[in-house]
Design a protein around this ligand. Structure first.
Ligand code: RTP
Ligand code: MG
Length: 140
């Protein structure tokens, strides 16, 4: 498996609790390297554009409200099989289903306030990285 990049977001529930570093520790311990990072606050338009794939889902409006409720940390992670590795260390969407040792098991509050986002395929990773970072903001 070749070196790959994925988009990670530390969500507002986690920045509110000041646990950004604890989450980065788990990502780094899993062999992922942070090659771009910035803290931002999304507008409604930013969140709607990022989550456009979910716009027909019943949780869309709540998700947009949550993701614009406070600061978030956008990251590009690099490593072997980075998309799958990040999904593995994140754990299941619902923390009640998340495996021991995962970020969501340790930190998520509920199925919505679940602390992290990670791209779900290489194709989506490329799109999401391009939405969030300029090429010269990523230093591998
Ligand atoms: P993510 O995209 O954030 O990495 O999470 P995921 O793939 O595990 O979950 P996805 O199905 O893509 O859902 C995106 C985010 O929407 C919120 N959600 N709320 N209230 C609900 O039933 C519900 N379901 C999903 C979560 O914040 C989820 O991560
Ligand atoms: Mg998803």
């Amino acid at each position: 498996m070749a070196t790959e990049r994925t988009l990670s977001i530390i969500k507002p529930d986690a920045t509110a609790r000041n646990i950004t570093g604890k989450i980065v520790d788990k990502l780094e311990s899993a062999g992922l390297r942070v090659v771009a990072q910035k803290r931002v606050k999304w507008s409604q338009a930013d969140a709607e554009a990022f989550y456009a794939v979910h716009k027909e889902r019943p949780f869309f409006n709540d998700l947009v409200a949550f993701m614009t409720s406070g600061p978030i940390v956008l990251q590009v992670l690099e490593g072997e099989d980075a998309v799958a590795k990040n999904r593995e260390v994140m754990g299941a969407t619902n923390p009640a289903d998340a495996a021991e040792g995962t970020i969501r098991k340790a930190f998520a509050e509920n199925i919505e306030r679940n602390s992290v986002h990670g791209s779900d395929s290489s194709e989506n990773a490329e799109k999401e990285i391009a939405m969030c970072f300029k090429a010269d903001e990523i230093v591998g």
